[in-house]
Design a protein around this ligand. Structure first.
Ligand code: NCD
Length: 308
């Protein structure tokens, strides 16, 4: 099911496969703090061409917690890439030195390209505006921990749906489950890309695009908030126009359902102010905490399989 497999997008995983991953994650949470040796002798290469805090540290922590080891870089300017080495050659080297490659890159399709070159499994830790499958796994797992099931949930995704790969992967993830409705909430400039809209239609997901959180807050069980992807906007003037165009406030929460959970892949900017943190709805730090057990489970399933 998972052994030896590349993970490029959440679209490729079935609900059943995600269920196996979530069960494995439950076990990893139970073993927290134990000295596991499941990946002893294995080496993970972390190739981070773009900035990262949570994703890189949690992948590395996951590998170390399972007894494996880590090589890699988070500063490509300090590798031969600075001398003009191509992505393909860099991947060939990591393929020769490691048992699995985790890659983050600003170019869409970079992880798929790496997966085609490498014989060892490749995990996409974010490629440009497109996919971030392990973030979606964390998001889905957080929902599963907070609700009995996905059935009938009303879910809102707020923010930069155009350039945000975390939001996009979350939307793809949602399309796998029998939720009641998906609200895509964004300023007009940051609306969901056409290919994602087409995919939602193809999967028969019930959804609406809206501009204001105020219009739907009272309908939601889950609110997934994302920041404006400032570094991906083609024009800095555009950012100045749309910054501050949405923000979750305590006033919104007065209208919210009692059981509403608020998620955010982090980092946040001003769309999710600190005053929300102490409310019962805030689940984004819990969500970030699942980064390690989810990635432990995934690394274990890919490198040794389901059996052990
Ligand atoms: C996200 C990313 O890098 O795509 N961060 C993360 O991995 N948790 C979201 C973002 O940068 O906005």
């Amino acid at each position: 099911m998972f052994k030896g497999r590349d993970i490029v997008t959440i679209i490729d995983l079935t609900k059943e496969e995600l269920e196996v991953l979530f069960e494995e994650t439950d076990s990893m949470l139970k073993y927290k703090g134990l000295n596991l040796r499941l990946l002893e002798g294995k080496i993970m290469a972390a190739a981070f061409f773009e900035p990262s805090t949570r994703t890189r540290f949690s992948f590395e922590t996951a590998m170390l917690r399972l007894g494996g080891r880590v090589i890699g870089f988070s500063e490509p300017s300090r590798t031969s890439i600075a001398k003009g080495e191509t992505l393909a050659d860099t991947i060939r080297m990591l393929n020769a030195y490691s048992d699995l490659i985790v890659i983050r890159h600003s170019i869409e399709g970079a992880a798929k390209f790496a997966a085609e070159i490498a014989d060892v499994p490749v995990i996409n830790a974010g490629d440009g505006t497109r996919h971030h499958p392990t973030q979606a796994m964390i998001d889905l797992y957080t929902i599963k921990r907070n609700f009995e099931s996905f059935d009938g949930l009303e879910v809102g995704v707020l923010g930069d749906l155009k350039y945000g790969r975390a939001a996009t992967s979350f939307i793809y993830g949602m399309s796998k489950y029998p939720i009641k409705h998906l609200y895509l909430i964004s300023p007009p400039q940051l609306k969901c890309r056409n290919e994602v809209i087409e995919y939602l239609k193809f999967t028969g997901t019930s959804f609406t695009e809206v501009e204001k959180l105020d219009d739907v807050i009272s309908e939601l069980d889950v609110l997934y908030v994302t920041r404006i992807q400032r570094e991906r906007l083609p024009d800095p003037a555009e950012y100045e126009k749309i910054r501050g165009s949405y923000r979750v406030t305590l006033n919104h929460l007065k209208e919210a359902r009692d059981n509403l959970i608020i998620l955010h892949p982090l980092p946040r900017t001003d769309e999710l102010p600190n005053e929300i943190d102490s409310t019962k709805h805030a689940k984004y730090f819990e969500q970030a905490g699942y980064g390690v057990p989810i990635r432990m489970a995934l690394l274990k399933l890919i490198l040794v399989g389901e059996e052990i």
